[in-house]
Design a protein around this ligand. Sequence first.
Ligand code: SF4
Ligand code: MG
Length: 325
Amino acid sequence: MLDVQGLRVEFRTRDGVARAVNGVSYQVHPGETLAVLGESGSGKSVTAQAVMGILDTPPGKVTGGRVLFHGRDLLTLPEDERRRLRGARMAMVFQDALSALNPVMTVGDQLAEMFTVHRGASRRDARARAVELMDRVRIPAARERARDYPHQFSGGMRQRIMIAMAIALEPELLIADEPTTALDVTVQAQVMDLLAELRRDLGTALVLITHDLGVVAEVADRIAVMYAGRIVETAPVHALYERPAHPYTRGLLDSVPRLDRRDGELYAIQGMPPSLTRVPPGCAFHPRCPRAREVCRTEEPPSHPVADGRASACHFWKETLDDLR
Ligand code: SF4
Ligand code: MG
């Protein structure tokens, strides 16, 4: 359904050109959940914005690649066609609902507008469907609350409203960018449960962008791990947890607290992610990698097929895979 091929995005900054997305490829199949995992600044949000066609341009610019949606390249589609696709067939949920919603319009009117504008519904019908949607995302007293403005809702409820907006037209693809990061832990779990449930009921494919491995384990079918503007590993969730094929993934997994580790020692990947204006040559991870050798400093590792649809961009993916700890 979605086939991103060799996507490149650059930003002009005061420090020079930042290669925020540096040849990213991934596929999303109908109904599946792909988690895009990475630290902040790894390029995961920018990739999503380029896919949705909502990149801030300038300073951002797509400099290469293709974004095929059912075989059509979105990057060459006229803006009005792209706008029609957004909302109707692909939609996005952001971290910060307050800035994504219109502050001077009631949430009922905002939801109803999806149906009047995109579906030609009458105002009365659209209002009724807006209330149904609010019900569906479990906003208590939906009929009354439809008359409230975004700032009158809690963070968790606002996030539900944004999810309602996103699913209003039953899109085939939903991209959720850190949808629960701004919420506290219990509310996070509720919102993730809601997303999983809607995805099941509607058959929507979900691209879930997150830095949180815990969230990934619960909802994703597959994971793409990003580092410094590249995807370093893709794998089905269970395979990746059991046997990562990239040292960066290994490091991420080892830095999650585990109940079965009695030593209580928590590993942390040494160093910091690089600035995207100064990505190290060769393998971008080499200054932080415990496995790095000479070749890693000079040769950029290609994406090696591992098995079962897995891939790793590491020269020593085999050794990493066989390192069973
Ligand atoms: Fe580490 Fe080398 Fe693999 Fe990069 S290519 S992750 S530096 S071992
Ligand atoms: Mg982000």
